[in-house]
Design a protein around this ligand. Structure first.
Ligand code: ADE
Length: 246
């Protein structure tokens, strides 16, 4: 899969694309990251891509012609961009079903704004606007990396077997169960006995209950979308004397 990221700071993207599991996926040809500099469409020798806002006010606005040319390029690439996504605090909130959709594409283009953002006419050229949450960043780059990383980890071969298994557990729509490692006791905090019992069936059912309990306590909104047979177990998981671990 190719992910093209259009930005004024391509080096910021390039260093992420070299590191850790993403770097390995790129080396192995499972993923191609293209970090392109929007300034190539500046149309002037200074590389200036912004201008003052009509109507006045502080800050500068990135020109629509700069964005439109970058989008045209991605749409006529081989393979063409399946979707062009603008990162913006005004976009739809990022969530797992959306990245699952992106992971099925051959080419995804992510467009990052800076300053006061793009000329609003850019909305007519993109397929979708995505926000990584109700928070304002200084630009779309870190948001684009969130989208790119969440998408990349779903591509076949990018994660090892162990990590893929964890990924399946989140795809169920629940928060993950808590994990522990040695030592068994630290400053009075003990690893739950069931995890040290060697009884795989008990471990599996404890983990499921913990995932439900955590989700019910921390993110009850997620439970509405959880598979039906979980609902009966939620009431059991929420029995008053039950304690969420950690
Ligand atoms: N650019 C600035 N803030 C953003 C956000 N929350 N999501 C996506 N892009 C952004």
């Amino acid at each position: 899969m190719r992910i093209t990221i259009e930005t004024l700071f391509p080096q910021l993207i390039a260093s992420w694309a070299r590191e850790a599991l993403i770097g390995r996926a790129v080396e192995r040809g499972l993923l191609e990251i293209r970090a392109n500099d929007l300034r190539r469409f500046a149309g002037n020798r200074t590389g200036r891509v912004d201008d003052a806002p009509y109507g006045g006010g502080a800050g500068m606005v990135i020109r629509v012609d700069v964005a439109a040319q970058a989008i045209d390029e991605a749409r006529s690439a081989v393979p063409p961009a399946d979707e062009v996504v603008l990162l913006s605090p005004a976009g739809e909130p990022l969530a797992q079903p959306l990245v699952e959709r992106f992971a099925g594409y051959r080419h995804l283009m992510l467009l990052c704004g800076r300053y006061e953002g793009f000329d609003a006419r850019v909305e007519q050229f993109v397929d979708r606007e995505v926000s990584i949450g109700d928070v304002v960043l200084m630009g779309g780059e870190l948001a684009a990396l969130c989208v790119a990383e969440a998408t990349a980890r779903l591509l076949p071969g990018v994660l090892g077997d162990a990590e893929s298994h964890r990924c399946d557990s989140f795809s169920s729509g629940l928060l993950d169960y808590p994990e522990f490692t040695r030592p068994p006791m630290y400053r009075g905090l003990e690893v739950p006995e069931v995890l040290r019992s060697g009884d795989h069936a008990r471990v599996a059912s404890w983990r499921r209950a913990q995932a439900l309990l955590r989700t019910a306590r921390r993110r009850p909104d997620l439970l509405a979308a959880a598979p039906g047979d979980d609902e009966r177990r939620v009431s059991a998981a929420l029995a008053p004397d039950d304690e969420e671990e950690t």
